[in-house]
Design a binder for this molecule. Structure first.
Ligand SMILES: [Zn+2]
Length: 308
């Protein structure tokens, strides 16, 4: 069996997967706040899952994969930056080896979500594919020749930080104009809130991207304005990715995926209209299908890729 762990800003999701890619057990617990607390939680989870594998499934755990919302080195053993968790530069494999006796494999969470899509979801049987997770930020995971692509140093495909324009607020990375400040779920909410403020409209509740898309689909003017700008920039980023690497499929995941066909139809038209080469076969745009446990499954699949 394999252990897959998905470290998020709020919860750590983890589970046990068999060698046929079936997730047999999964669980979730709060991430914790300090670095020590998070590391101890990870060790606890690994030791607990190993015990469970032995007792309940009568199997040994062959390896542990961990997805983190940040940058991991090429050797997949060292976390360099997780802005959400306040982590910078931790030799996580070495630390967890001491606490659990396992050599864990680490990767960026978007890379692992793309790996899960490649095995069981929207990028299945595709040689080249891109997963864009449109949530708090924009994560990019890329499959090339059937393998996760991480670049020369492990920094590859930080698609969310391609600069594509000038925006009214700065990115969490400190720059202005990053793709994720236009194309994340957070981005459309921020822009809609700006539109409301500019039009002196006050609201009594927290706005979600889902609400904006639903109201736009019903024909409301300000939500449609927000969707129009959102899809224009999302299409620009997608066309840049198509022009740079010509994937077979670009899959969209994350909170924005709830917008369904309404978003997909507007987006596909804008992408088709702005392609460099028109009338030539190009990337199909669809939604991710591996589900909300893709992070756990992708982390377990990483082990499979690494020990194979
Ligand atoms: Zn940025």
């Amino acid at each position: 069996m394999l252990i897959g762990i998905d470290v998020g800003g709020t919860n750590i999701k983890s589970g046990l997967m068999d060698m046929n890619n079936n997730l047999l057990f999964d669980q979730s617990r709060p991430t914790g706040t300090t670095q020590d607390e998070i590391v101890n939680n990870l060790a606890d989870i690994i030791n607990g899952l190993q015990e469970k594998a032995r007792k309940e499934f009568n199997k040994e755990v062959l390896g542990v994969g961990i997805g983190v919302p940040g940058v991991v080195n090429k050797e997949l053993d060292h976390v360099f930056k997780c802005t959400n968790l306040g982590w910078f530069d931790i030799p996580l494999r070495k630390i967890l080896k001491e606490k659990t006796d396992f050599n864990v494999y680490l990767d960026n969470d978007a890379n692992l979500a793309a790996l899960a899509e490649h095995y069981i979801g929207s990028l299945k049987n595709k040689d080249t594919g891109v997963l864009l997770t449109l949530g708090t930020g924009v994560g990019g995971g890329v499959i090339i020749n059937g393998k996760p692509y991480r670049g020369g140093n492990g920094l590859g495909m930080e698609i969310g930080h391609m600069v594509i324009g000038e925006n009214f607020y700065n990115c969490s990375c400190g720059k202005n104009g990053c793709f994720e400040t236009f194309a994340s779920a957070t981005a459309i909410v921020k822009h809609f809130e700006k539109l409301l403020a500019d039009n002196n409209v006050t609201v009594d509740h927290e706005i979600s991207s889902k609400e904006i898309f639903e109201r736009a689909e019903k024909g409301e003017e300000l939500p449609m304005k927000a969707v129009d700008r959102y899809t224009t920039y999302l299409a620009t980023g997608i066309v840049n990715v198509i022009n740079a690497m010509d994937p077979e499929v670009i899959s969209l995941g994350g909170g924005v995926a709830a917008a369904g066909d309404f978003l997909l139809n507007i987006l596909t038209k804008k992408v088709t209209d702005t392609l460099f080469v028109k009338g030539f076969p190009s990337a199909k745009i669809n939604y991710a299908t591996a589900g909300n446990k893709a992070g756990i499954i992708g982390a377990a699949l990483l082990v499979k890729e690494e020990i194979a």
